[in-house]
Design a protein around this ligand. Sequence first.
Ligand code: MTE
Ligand code: HPA
Ligand code: MOS
Length: 757
Amino acid sequence: MRNYDSIRHVKGESYFIDDLRIPEGTLYGYVYYSPIAHGKILEIDFSKALQSKGVAGVYSAKDIPGENQIGGIILDENLFADEEVHFIGHPIAVVVADTYLHAKEASKKINAIYEKLKPVLDPREAAEKNLLIIPPRKFELGNVDKSWSECDYIVEGKTDSGGQEHLYLETQGALANITENGGIKISSATQGPTNVQRMISRVLGLPMSKIEVDVQRLGGGFGGKEDQATAWACMAALAAYKLKKPVKIVLNRQDDIRITGKRHPYSSDFKIGLSKEGKILAYEATFYQNAGAVADLSPAILDRTLFHATNSYFVPNVRATALSCKTNLVPFTAFRGFGGPQGIFVFESAIYKAAQVMNIEPAEIQKANLLIEGDEFSFGQKTYQCQAEKTFSQMESDFELEKIQQEINSFNDSNKLVKKGAAVIPICFGISFTTTFLNQASALVHIYTDGSINISTAAVEMGQGVNAKLKHIAAKTLNVDEARIKIESTNTSRVSNTSPTAASKGTDLNGFAVIAACNILIERLQKVAAAELGQDDFTKITFKNEKVFDEGEPTNLTFKDLVNKAYMKRISLTAQAFHSTPDINFDTKTNKGKPFAYHVYGAGIVEVTVDCLRGTYEVDAIKVIHDFGESFHKVIDQGQAEGGIVQGIGWMTSEELSWNSDGRLITDALSTYKVPDIHAMPKEMKIEFLKDSPNDFGPLRSKAVGEPPFLYGIGVYFALMNAMRAFNPNIEVKFDSPLTPEKVLLTLYGTDVGKGL
Ligand code: MTE
Ligand code: HPA
Ligand code: MOS
């Protein structure tokens, strides 16, 4: 089994936006954006740019025929800044020319005069000034205020976690063309084709039916193209519409890093109360989410932070408050985990600090508080088929946790400057869009007379392997060879009202829709076969390995024969079907309900080595017992787990976004922003599939895999902290991720780095 795109990718034959064969006369757009973080546009003059070589047009807010509004959840986002600019990178205009370089050159000739206003960059400062995107959100269970008096230990602290650049290999882009009916056909690198369709329709003032969005595949999305692929698509569509010519916009890497959203940085306060036996009795947390300049998906991401505020633990008394704080930074957006990791980091920090105060191992507290069957989350949902304890105990025994700890202790006893550390990290992630209505998808299946099959769904392939999985599901359902099946591009004219491919729900939602569509076709084929074979009861007809069986006995009919017979009998060989996740709900007024179809569980152990002279470190091993349900594509599932883990490690260790006091991102290139490379990979990565975990709510009893494994990376932070404390038990334990080598040194030596060694 392999991801069938792999060979094409390796040979460079796959089509991304920049590989599409462009129509004759295609023009190129370059985005002109605000150079200041906050201010007023006093004057702007495009005349010199318009006269620049090769320029066909410059379009800004005043040129928009429909609405200058691309906000998804809240209508607070202009396509082009109008009178005010709110972050460095805020788009102001698009310059269109015969070549990309001409467009870029011309953009430098735009003359603008700004009145600078003071930017707010810090979420706590924004909260103080009441600059909130939405009113604070609060999840509560039990009675926190009453429980503190019952606690033997009460521990408080503060945590910070940084943002994260998606660094998808393919930068954002779109290629738009006009159609004969005065509409637009556009290829867009988006996770949400319908989002793009809806926004172009709004910006151009055209019905959605006149906008066709097509997505072949993305060179990675990771959430960064769930909402934020839309602006560039709208700009390309606007320019194409104005000029009646094809227009392509592909951001260069540095612009992409500068002007597109990233994972939300959070600053948080926690208070945790425990009994002397280590039972967690109460937890209170306040999350300050740095939302950036506009809402984007921040409110939904804020909610997921609350949904995951207690990770895989049962806490009887919880009060979690979350504030989405408006700042003058780029609008932060979806990124693998969608706010969940930010919430979980705070809880794991609270456990770590409590363990330090109680002078016990964090794993003791973790183990004593794992969710069990029927436990209630703070939002009212109860666990079902809970695998928290099973994955944890299997992790302890399979990976010999005690032995690892002993080996680390003896290594540390015999090494002065190099220290090792380990940490345990259980995970729990809710599967479904927390925005309930998004949990829907549909599929369109065509069988052609030669027996080949085309499948269109709402799913966008972005490297996660959803196409290979859908192909497998269809082949299994139809009992035919996978080679018959081609998964088509995602296209809004073939499949309407698509939810974005996100929330790890791509395979679940579209897989069920494919099964439903295939079942319609099977019934039609059964009836044709029954008539052909003189069988009165069509349900007695079955299929296996391309062959037709009657009452379990093989017949001479093959799948291909049957398809032909159906065609000759004028039976439709096309089916469309819809799926929506049953039995989920969430009331945003009471903040109670059952938002998730199910949860994914797992437990991991992380081992690291820190060079306490240099501050550098290595991840020696990550070993996890992960709940994939009944995996039907182990290669893809393992790849998703490995990729997610490494992305999680990057978030916790080397990926540090820095802005200067003007609000300018100073880590806007790969020379200053360090993503994990091959050397940062754990030396050993062991992904064990939890056994006997069939999932009633996933296709072929599988579980979603896209996001949850990211969470294991959080363990690296605490493993590093343990190694540092082995060097010096008196260091100040801080929860300020990413823990870069520089921060390791500062933690070990304070401002005396380098002295007295
Ligand atoms: N894997 C690859 N290779 N590329 C991606 O862009 N996105 C992740 C995850 N795995 C991503 C990926 C994110 S954020 C999500 S939500 C899921 O894939 C989406 O796909 P799925 O729902 O089909 O799992
Ligand atoms: N995950 C990803 N995207 C979303 C979600 C979610 O839970 N809710 C709304 N958009
Ligand atoms: Mo994933 S962050 O839900 O695209």
